[in-house]
Ligand binder design. Sequence first.
Ligand code: XIL
Length: 369
Amino acid sequence: MRYASVTLVLCVLLGLLGCDSGGSSSEMTEPESPTDPLRDLASQQSVRVGAAARAGPLLDGGQYASVLAREFNALTPENTMKWTPLRPSADSFDFSVADQVVAFAEENDMDVRGHTLVWHRQLPNWLTSHDWSRDSLMTILETHVKTVVNHYEETYPNRIARWDVVNEAISGTSRRPSIWQETIGPEYVALAFQWAHEADSDAKLYYNDYGIAGTSDKSDAVYDLVRGLVEEGVPIDGVGLQAHVLTYPPPPTEEAIVRNMQRYEDLGLDVAITELDVRVPLNTDGEDGRPSSEQLDQQADYYARFANACVGAPNCSDFRMWGFTDAVSWIPNAYDGYGAALIFDETYEPKPAYDALARALGESSGDGN
Ligand code: XIL
């Protein structure tokens, strides 16, 4: 029987003592992991398994926090290290919420992926509404990158071993227009890596983007950008493959993902699956807004596909999803008509994707990979 059903039965028997599917904590109803927790399976083969963590429900405690800590040995702050929360004004930093997320990771022995230092979205108004000179914007960016990376290196040494330094700088096959690109110029990418490296020379520094897990024109454009950085001697250590994919049209084949990972290996770079989710079109097939069992099985195959590719690749040791429960997911807001993208449902019941992932992580653990 699944742990959520056990929890439900216990709740009824024990007179509903603090039972709540998404909210308050109760040691009495602490759910058991349905298999060995994913973090145990993954650590047997030196792969981190993680999820994006949203500060609100995480800091509330409750089932969100307990399942996250039970299943994962890594987390990525979903929003709290972006510019808007960290930079209330040009002259100030507010690390209060992000620090609590990192403290949670420390308490639960989880690795934190820093996300993200340079992006075109979630920027504060004071930054985007002003007409900066190139020099002043460069100073602002340098201060931001160095202050944030330094803060974490000093406050939580070695807890953030990897940073998504630059996020989504390619649109289609060219440089994406952004305040950074327009005002500083294309060299903002190399500069950001350089500044991050100066702040923490041990951290692994990544370029991160979507639509680049397999082979495609965009994937090639990112590869060319990254190869250029390597050739220039820019301190870049890896490439994050976000992997926000759909049940249909299907994601890249495992072979294409493996081939893509290999070409970065040939450049001497690591890769990571940084933001996997597999969204499902809902309200199709008369399923009344619920995913069908065919969709869930398809989704499970795709989760396993990415996990197998990462586990098998010599340069992939970081496998993360963009959330873990359908109760807390960016998908319904970002993609109208889609949802159910994660490995636990809204009531923290594991889905077929959970089992497929546990198998993918568990199976290879015996063969010395
Ligand atoms: C998303 C968050 O999940 C949302 O809560 C927020 O409103 C927008 O950003 N690629 C990224 C992530 O690198 O930072 C984005 O996160 C999802 C796409």
